[in-house]
Design a protein around this ligand. Sequence first.
Ligand code: FPP
Length: 277
Amino acid sequence: MYPSGTLRIHELTSEERAVYATLKPECIPEHVAIIMDGNGRWAGHRSLKRFLGHQQGANAVQLVTETASRIGLPWLTLYAFSLENNLRRPRAEVNFLMRLLKTYLESNLGRMMDNNVRMKYIGRTHELPPEVQDKMRWAEEATAGNTGTTLTLALNYGGRSEIVDAFRSLAAEIDLKHTSPGRITEEDIHRHLYTAHMPDPDLLIRTSGEMRLSNYLLWQIAYTEIFVTERLWPDFRGIHLLEAIADFQRRERRYGGLSEGSGEVDEEAERVKIAAG
Ligand code: FPP
C-alpha cells in the first residue's frame, strides 16, 4: 500500500534508480525502522569532534528521508535519541543534540513540505527541554496534512519504558472500565504503545556493525527482518536504504509458519510408519 500520489522515482539519482530497478515495487516494505549508529566513530576516524559526526548524521537523516519519500515508503522510524543517551552521555553532548534537533527541524521544514513528509515522534518527549518540544510541535503541526512518508523520530525513547507506559495506561483503562485483566489481549497492548497508529516495522536497519537492538521497538520487532551494515550512519544514504530493501526482498518471511514448498505432512503415511515401528 503506498501513501497517495507520492511515488517520485524520477527524482532518484541515477545510481538509486539502478538499484530501484531491481526491486519489486509491490513488495516495498510498509515500515522501515533504523538504529542510526556510528556518528562518534565517523568523527573519530577523521580526528574531528563528536558533535561534527552528529551534524553529518542529521544531514544523512534528511537525505534518507527524501529517498524514502520518493519511493513511497509509508513509514520511516529513526532512533534519534534514546533514554539511555539522555541519562548516560555528558551533559554537553546531550545539550548539543537538543540544539541540533531544534536547528534540524527549523532548517528542514521546507524540504519536508516539498517531499510531502509528515512528522511524528515517539518517546517520553514531555521530558525534553520545553523549547525543543515547542519546535517539535511546530514541525508536527505544519506537516500534519502531508500524505507521503511519515517520518517518526524516536526521542528520549526506550523500548522497555514504552512497555511500562503502555502497561500503566492499560491498567488505568482496566480500572476505569472494570474489566478483567484475564481478558487482556496482544491487541490491547498494541493499542497502548506509542506506535498504536502504525504497522510494525517490516525491516530494521542498524548501521556501524553492532549486533544489538539497544532497547528499540522491542514489542514491535517480533517478526521484523534485521539488516546490519558496517557503514557508519553519517555515510548512509538513500542508495543504502534501497540496497537494504533489495536484501529484504530476497528474504522469506514465515511468521513461525513453514516455507512454501516444504511439503504437506501426510498424516496417514506418518501413522502407518509409526504403527510399523
Ligand atoms: C549514535 O552515534 C547516534 C545517536 C546518538 C543518535 C542519532 C543522532 C543523529 C543522527 C543526529 C541528530 C538527529 C536528528 C534527527 C537531528 P554515536 O554517538 O553513538 O556513535 P558511536 O557509537 O560511533 O560513538
